[in-house]
Design a protein around this ligand. Structure first.
Ligand SMILES: Cc1cc2nc3c(=O)[nH]c(=O)nc-3n(C[C@H](O)[C@H](O)[C@H](O)COP(=O)(O)OP(=O)(O)OC[C@H]3O[C@@H](n4cnc5c(N)ncnc54)[C@H](O)[C@@H]3O)c2cc1C
Length: 244
């Protein structure tokens, strides 16, 4: 169940290559988090933004929901971004607050069909959470497609493969266009279309760059992906928000 203002502690931190940091987090009261794979939490970083608001940032849980007392997130340091820089440098043992878990990017309970998860950029965290939890619940066919600019962009490939359950396969569309490139949505649609041709899929879940994934979702729906079965979580560039 989602909670507000929950006190949490950084139990462990580990660099993951040049672009990412893995944080293992526990509730300060020792209680279970109660999340399902694909969900996220909103961390109050305590950093005050220029307008006076606190920087509260969302992070998907990449650990399996079979383990509820300690969970993992991975943070990419974003240039001058206040939240990601704070979490990239925070000390082990430090305490913060979060709310959550939130989000509906998940496979239905008891899902036994064939699922495609399309992740761009940092969206691979949600893809890992979904895959690990679905496999633990008995899903047998999970295909992950990760569109990412370079090997150094975020999570290293060996880390991702190591965390993937045996039921899941991973295709990396490496050398993908950088965030903000005008041809990114069209290129992503073409790659997703090729992948859909390898279907049929009973469910499609997308996480990452909203500027790319909303067009991908529309394309997949127009190609006959089951109605209502394409779910989307925009990590940034959310076209439904004035700013992200
Ligand atoms: C549901 C959800 C789950 C998320 N999960 C993760 C996660 O697992 N790991 C993670 O690192 N981030 C994740 N994010 C993004 C995260 O919430 C922050 O936006 C990010 O860490 C940057 O925060 P910041 O305060 O440093 O910079 P901000 O001031 O928030 O952002 C600066 C700018 O960078 C953009 N931005 C954010 N992420 C990226 C990116 N990857 N590439 C390019 N531009 C970007 C923002 O939209 C904004 O325009 C998630 C976001 C959402 C909504």
């Amino acid at each position: 169940m989602a909670t507000q203002g929950t006190r949490i502690r950084i139990a462990c931190a580990e660099p993951l290559g040049p672009g990412a940091r893995l944080l293992r987090i526990e509730r300060a009261d020792g209680a279970e988090v109660g999340f399902a794979g694909g969900q996220y939490v909103i961390i109050n970083t305590g950093v005050t933004l220029p307008g006076g608001k606190l920087a509260k940032r969302a992070y998907s849980l990449l650990s399996s929901d079979a383990e509820q007392r300690a969970v993992e997130i991975a943070v990419k340091r974003i240039a001058a971004g206040p939240g990601s820089n704070m979490l990239s440098d925070i000390a082990v043992g430090a305490e913060l607050e979060w709310s959550g878990p939130w989000g509906k990017l998940r496979l239905p309970d008891g899902f036994s069909g064939r699922a495609l998860v399309v992740a761009t950029d940092t969206g691979i965290t949600a893809a890992l959470g979904i895959a690990r939890s679905a496999a633990a619940a008995g899903a047998r066919q999970l295909e992950l497609l990760w569109l990412v600019e370079s090997a150094a962009y975020f999570l290293p490939e060996p880390f991702v493969r190591d965390r993937l359950p045996a039921a899941a396969s991973l295709t990396i569309a490496g050398g993908f266009l950088p965030v903000g490139h005008p041809e990114r949505p069209a290129r992503a649609c073409a790659i997703a279309e090729e992948q859909l041709a390898r279907g049929p899929y009973d469910a499609v879940l997308c996480a990452g760059d909203g500027a790319v994934l909303y067009p991908v979702r529309d394309r997949l729906a127009s190609l006959g992906a089951p109605e209502g079965a394409v779910l989307l979580e925009s990590f940034f560039n959310n076209p439904l928000k004035k700013s992200t």
